[in-house]
Design a protein around this ligand. Sequence first.
Ligand code: HEM
Ligand code: HEM
Length: 125
Amino acid sequence: MRESRLWFWHILSAIVIVFLLGAHMGTMHMNTILNSLGLGSADPVDSVEVFRRSASPVFLVAYIVLLGSALFHGLYGLRSMLFELSLSKSVEKTIGGLCAFAGFALFGYGTYVAIVVYRMHGVQP
Ligand code: HEM
Ligand code: HEM
């Protein structure tokens, strides 16, 4: 029951990643096309641009949701791959605990950074 619930979240997180990572990669790498449509910026990784996006509540929410989805999806996927090695129950428990710890720690740190940068309200060029 617990495994099928986690697997459901794994698939749901993959769907979220398709959309949010698609938008993220589009923002980062399709600036030439976006510029011709009057959207995007000349250099999306220029610090002024990064801070301008980071000051938006929409981007803040998107960063945190993508961060959580990618961490859960990647770490649950890694755990599933390791569980296929027919390890003992105690080793499986340790792997599960380490993945959960890494996920929560990285999610906490990434969320903290996103909120701190959001509250800076951009930088001057
Ligand atoms: C377009 C985005 C993505 C889609 C649609 C997607 C979809 C999937 C699906 C359908 C599975 C198999 C689930 C199952 O039935 O067990 C899977 C497994 C996995 N995914 Fe993703 N994924 C995406 C992005 C990512 C990313 C960004 C990462 C890394 C952070 C990742 C890491 C993994 C891992 C480690 C597995 C387990 C592989 C295995 O069991 O052999 N995926 N993904
Ligand atoms: C070459 C590819 C990539 C580039 C150039 C890139 C660039 C960036 C930049 C500049 C930011 C800061 C925010 C912003 O400017 O909008 C950012 C944030 C972020 N990126 Fe990427 N990225 C890439 C790939 C990825 C991938 C593959 C993932 C996930 C699987 C990802 C997940 C994230 C997340 C979750 C954040 C927000 C992190 C936080 O605020 O704690 N990125 N990225």
